[in-house]
Design a protein around this ligand. Sequence first.
Ligand SMILES: *[C@@H]1O[C@H](CO)[C@@H](O)[C@H](O)[C@H]1NC(C)=O
Length: 361
Amino acid sequence: MQWIIRFSGFVSAALLMIVLAPSLQSFHPAEAIRSHSHSHHYYYYHHHQITRNIPSYRRASTFRNTVGCKPITGSGDVCDPSLVHVALTLDFEYLRGSIAAVHSILQHSSCPENIFFHFLVSDTNLKTLVSSTFPKLKFKVYYFDPEIVRNLISTSVRHALEQPLNYARNYLADVLEPCVRRVIYLDSDLVVVDDITKLWNTKLGQKTIGAPEYCHANFTKYFTARFWSNSLYSSVFSDRNPCYFNTGVMVIDLAKWRLFGYTKRIEKWMEIQKSDRIYELGSLPPFLLVFAGNVAPIDHGWNQHGLGGDNVHGSCRELHPGPVSLLHWSGSGKPWLRLDSKQPCPLDALWAPYDLYRSSD
Ligand SMILES: *[C@@H]1O[C@H](CO)[C@@H](O)[C@H](O)[C@H]1NC(C)=O
């Protein structure tokens, strides 16, 4: 009961936020008319992707800057210094989640036109779908070759963790334009309910990455006994106080990453894992090995994780106490699947407003 009260309190707070969000008031009736001119894109797309069941998405309204945004010089190309850079992956399994994530970011940002999205894909080119769904969105699509990591991936406990694109976050510094010196990396199973500019302005100090840290979590369990018993490996943490962090929400200083060659360091641990099983999970442990204990802390409200529920039982989770800027359905359950199956968890109702998927079209 207490839970329900807390939950409804949150929903009203969320509604209030939405009502107050000035970006929502920028919808122009003209957009509805203009959407017809894009219909041939859909046809073109369907025509060429006939073997694959391309899902269809509603067109989001156009989100416009409010007063006080940094002026965008020139044409707002990727190197413009006024931009906020956000990177996500786009794949068929999580596409609905990625689209909802972008939608949520735009909706809660007071300077949505200053956001530049970097989409990493390994599959079909989804560029047309993105531009049809988000008119005027500043973005670039990068092809991430699965072969880059295929030889480096070892089998882990969860098949889903072994998708090559799951490792794309390791390569942002290499894949993104060199002029992009900072990026926010976000998973596809989350929504942002606060202004992303606040996250963007995180002070990293001397650190290369920033993320919410969880120092009460038992760090030992992320690595095998074989890892801890071999001092050659475990000494990597000897001069650090490592804490678990979730790699689904990270602010990354790409300039420092490139300078210190962190991609190679991550790959080195992945090589070790192949011959000497030092962990059980997928892309997370190499990040912990390289960065844990050297992470700039970010408020926990920026990663209310675990909402996907238990990996084994698929049970529903509650929010962690404290503020909420980002809701993350990490874990085995995804809100779109549960909503479709008519067996949602209570918090899935907070994901639904950002869903642009058109089921019967
Ligand atoms: C942490 O996890 C390890 C391995 O699962 C276990 O042996 C240890 O007792 C745990 N420590 C605490 C403080 O719970």
